[in-house]
Design a protein around this ligand. Sequence first.
Ligand code: AP5
Length: 216
Amino acid sequence: MNIVLLGPPGVGKGTQAKRLSAALGIPQISTGDMLRAAVSAATPLGLEAKSQMQSGGLVSDDVVIGLIRERLQAEDAREGFILDGFPRTLSQAQALDQMLSQGGKSLDSIIHLTAPDDEIVKRLSGRMLCQSCGAIFHDSVNPPSRGGVCDVCAGPVVRREDDHPDVIRERLKVYAEMTEPLVQYYGERSGYATVSAVESPDSVQAKLLKLLGRGS
Ligand code: AP5
């Protein structure tokens, strides 16, 4: 099953991608996580991406398309994948279609998660992330049970650098300008669906699994 999760920053793409990955046994592929790992490791790619990520802008299409092209060739993505944070521009969406069709594949499901901006700002302002395993928490919705320690791997739980109010505003602006047009690009395809994410993470997950034919 080849799935794209589309939606604004903070809508819950990462939260749901992790849950779907566990439920469906296919990998979550997050360009944000891949880029953050490159920034932490100070690789040439990370050094190139760092300033764009800190300011809430987009990393260049060439860089992220290259990352995805390589990642989709890995063994664990043969039976399916959940793309989280990619594509984010028309060029990225066209490149994805092209690379899938070259392998005789296509997207089965494009799920557009939605939430109003004030809910998104609340979610991002309280978000915490495990630096080791990437588990996602929120200081009021799902706080880690032992303060700054991850419930999954006991790693350190921190705030993301780009969850600063000014950067959140910029990310929402960039989403509206660069990524929202993908709703038109995908809107008429079979497999496209819009799902409100303004419910608990469990309820959103149940709706997604039902949509994917795996829930009751
Ligand atoms: P990326 O990491 O992809 O960030 P994003 O799209 O802004 O999305 P987020 O990770 O912020 O939010 P999310 O939707 O995953 O929400 P989450 O589940 O964490 O990208 C970061 C940067 O990398 C970009 O700005 C860009 O610079 C660069 N980049 C990445 N991909 C790129 C690409 N393709 N092209 C170019 N540049 C790229 O949830 C948020 C919070 O809400 C959490 O605290 C969570 O606990 C809480 N929450 C989740 N669901 C619910 C719910 N149902 N109810 C209440 N709270 C909830």
